[in-house]
Design a protein around this ligand. Sequence first.
Ligand code: KIV
Ligand code: NA
Length: 265
Amino acid sequence: MSRVTTATLLEMKERGEKITLLTAYDYPSARLLDEAGIDILLVGDSLGNVVLGYENTLPVTMEESLHHTKAVARGAKRAMVVGDMPFLSYQTTVADAVLNAGRYLKEAGAHCVKLEGGREHAEVVRALVEAGIPVMGHLGLTPQSVHVFGGHRVQGRTEEAAQRLIEDALILEEAGISSLVLECIPAELGKEVTARLRIPTLSCGAGPYCDGQVMVLHDMLGVTGKKVPKFVKQYANLHDIIMDALATFKKEVAEGVFPGPEHCY
Ligand code: KIV
Ligand code: NA
């Protein structure tokens, strides 16, 4: 079983074979996703809100992200592991971006990094690729800019915004990204970007025409019991399964049913 690489993803696009990407933040989930044949494991900075309990992705640090990326890399034998560049780890200078991105490959065992934004980061993307660091782009709703957007809204709805997003995608491809996440944009725009790019597009609420599909693991497994975005399909309701198990445990302890003789030495 060989490792999924940027070349594999390109070949999959050319063959019309759909790519799957889910987030992972720890060793056991990385093992599960890898066993299921998920192609890309993204240690998203959604780590902040999903796993660390922050309000949004902004507080996530390099150290936190690296810590979790190391655990995921230890569990992924086949999948490509992507480290998500935290807020302020690449927006300051090109040198900062190269040093921070390089840590994912050098220290954490990741194979690629992801960063949010368009043409304003073309120079950084070029420098990373020249340094030997594959880059995944991310356009549309980019959560690190939540305070600029003033909330989580569908992006690229006007003709002007759509045109700008297409241009950004082309500029990023030219700069050297090897894949592109499109988050929360109309399906028709996702279709157009996918047709215009040589590299694969990965839809996170960008419709069915993209080359692959992305979701946050805890959202698609229904772990939290909280409301999920419209583009998420819940494939399981782990919240209820876990609550049942916990309630049964509590009851059985109270009633003296657990531990039974088979659990005792
Ligand atoms: O941090 C994250 O989980 C992401 C994906 C939703 C693309 O960036
Ligand atoms: Na992210």
